[in-house]
Write a protein that binds this ligand. Structure first.
Ligand SMILES: Nc1ncnc2c1ncn2[C@@H]1O[C@H](COP(=O)(O)OP(=O)(O)OP(=O)(O)O)[C@@H](O)[C@H]1O
Ligand SMILES: [Mg+2]
Length: 499
């Protein structure tokens, strides 16, 4: 058997006395794509932060090519050819692709003027190797998010990385961008690079990974070979118990003989949204499907008063409402859970509680007096309901795992008890168990008579939640289907792609 390129042995880590990694082992072969999986808060990102020198392990060993190494910072990691592909955050948007790639090492002709010719040549070669269709002179901010990531990968390769870490790389990518990324990953694999791949999307894992290591509650569970295992086994290892087949749809009754609780009539916005009409019954969940750029997020932004509309009317509980700002929307009983929750929905420096109670604070204020006991009570209930993994409600939100941060934002808007709830990609970044819980919470909300509109690119989830699905394409509603008439995921996929 080949010598592993990387081994992590007996890694332990605690934060303030709370153990988050407990004797974890991990081993990576040359030229493999190795998935690291586990529930939200299982310790995946922490293990990778130890590997890249962002955190120090309390104990344990790291071996590169069989030799013990000490990784105290990101430069040490680079020295051992280990590189983390950050999502978009480490690039400077106003610089070109090649300036970003050679940012720290370019031959400087002056402090601000970079010697672009040389680096552009090198960049061109790298991009060609990766088969990425962008120019070294392209300004990063003019490129789609997918290409930011390609730039990150090119940057890592230019620094001679042999081991690449990708932590949920596809969470902000479109389907096509994801395909491009997978092509690149396959190329890298052929060239002998090793990749550690973190994702909660099961279909991806089985599509591109060779092996899977699973962590649960900070402990190593098992390493499986993809071709010799199956989805159910993996899910069981992740959640640690028998798991009913996820995402079963069941027909739910809701009242059809009463007036609609939410209506959108002839809504138009430039050429981005054209003649949108929607009518939702109390208790009904309507799923919105469509490709990236089909207008789904735009529709939500307009309904929530972030972007202005040109024409059209919005009715909540039969009453026409003018919605010119999010404040108007909230007053009308509309809440939006945005797609980009980490950026838009959360103040990372604030505690779990402070984030959750923000939108209801004014409601609970009685003069100058704030009922702190009640706020604590509400926060604790929400933490329990959504099974948010935190030591207590006073923990700084930024210290929670990615998926648990997502859940805080969800909790925050649930607390407002809206009449109309708009959810943009509610299950992205959360683990398989939490996805089921979130679907359950959404159903419960509907059952109490709300109108729910949900955008999701994850079709199994969309099909599990919706009573009706509308398909958007180029800013229009092109098709509407009752859930019970949709026979399979393929049928919906076909409807989405079929225009
Ligand atoms: N700096 C820190 N201080 C305190 N606790 C932390 C810190 N960093 C991480 N944790 C805790 O460690 C645990 C593991 O977090 P980690 O981010 O590694 O999870 P994860 O497996 O990446 O989850 P997700 O799938 O949600 O991203 C969590 O309970 C988190 O709150
Ligand atoms: Mg994580």
């Amino acid at each position: 058997m080949d010598q592993p390129v990387l081994e992590m042995k007996n890694i332990c880590k605690a934060f303030n006395g709370v153990t988050v990694l407990d004797k974890v082992d991990f081993s990576l072969r040359k030229g493999e794509v190795h998935a690291l999986m586990g529930g939200n808060g299982a310790g995946k990102s922490t293990l990778m932060k130890i590997l890249t020198g962002i955190y120090a392990a309390d104990s344990g060993e790291i071996l590169v090519e069989g030799k013990p190494v000490s990784i105290k910072n990101i430069d040490d990691a680079k020295k051992h050819n280990i590189s983390m592909i950050f999502q978009e955050f480490s690039l400077i948007p106003t610089l070109t692709v090649s300036q970003n790639i050679f940012l720290t090492r370019e031959t400087r002709t002056s402090l601000v003027l970079l010697n672009d010719k040389e680096s552009e040549k090198k960049t061109e070669k790298l991009l060609k190797e990766l088969g990425v269709d962008i120019k070294p002179s392209d300004i990063v901010q003019n490129l789609g998010v997918g290409y930011w990531q390609m730039t990150e990968i090119a940057k890592a390769l230019s620094q001679e990385a042999k081991i690449l870490i990708m932590d949920e790389p596809t969470s902000s990518l479109t389907k096509t961008e994801t395909e491009v990324l997978f092509n690149i990953i396959n190329k890298l694999k052929e060239k002998g690079y090793s990749i550690i791949y973190i994702s909660h999307r099961m279909d991806e894992i089985f599509q591109i990974c060779d092996r899977i290591t699973i962590l649960r509650d900070g402990k190593y569970v098992t390493t499986e070979t993809c071709s010799e295992t199956d989805l159910e086994t993996v899910i069981q290892h992740i959640v640690g118990r028998e798991f009913d087949k996820a995402f079963e749809w069941q027909e739910r009754p809701y009242s059809t003989d009463v007036p609609p609780i939410f209506e959108v009539k002839n809504l138009n916005v430039g050429n981005r949204l054209k003649d949108i009409n929607l009518s939702i019954q109390p208790g009904e969940i309507v799923g919105i499907a469509g490709l990236m750029g089909s207008g789904r997020t735009e529709l939500f932004r307009c309904l929530f008063g972030i972007d202005p509309i040109d024409s059209g009317d919005i009715y909540v509980e039969g009453k026409k409402r003018k919605i010119k700002s999010p404040k108007d929307a909230i007053e009308a009983g509309i809440s939006l859970i945005p797609e980009d929750r980490r950026m838009q929905g959360l103040i990372l420096q604030h505690s779990v509680k402070d984030n959750m109670i923000l939108p209801i604070l004014s409601k609970l204020k009685n003069g100058l007096f704030i009922d702190n006991k009640k706020l604590n009570e509400i926060s604790k209930q929400l933490v329990n309901k959504l099974k948010i993994k935190t030591d207590n409600i006073f923990k700084t939100s930024g210290l929670l795992s990615g998926g648990n941060q997502q859940k805080i934002v969800l909790a925050k808007w649930l607390a407002t008890d809206p009449t109309v709830l708009l959810l943009d990609e509610p299950t992205i970044g959360v683990d398989i168990g939490a996805k089921t819980e979130i679907i359950e919470v959404i159903r419960e909300m509907a059952e109490s008579g709300k109108a729910i509109l949900v955008v999701s690119s994850e079709l199994p989830e969309l099909l599990a939640m919706s009573d009706r699905v509308v398909v958007m394409h180029e800013g229009k509603i092109k098709k509407e289907m009752k859930r019970k008439e949709i026979k399979s995921e393929e049928e919906l996929e076909y409807a989405i792609q079929g225009f």
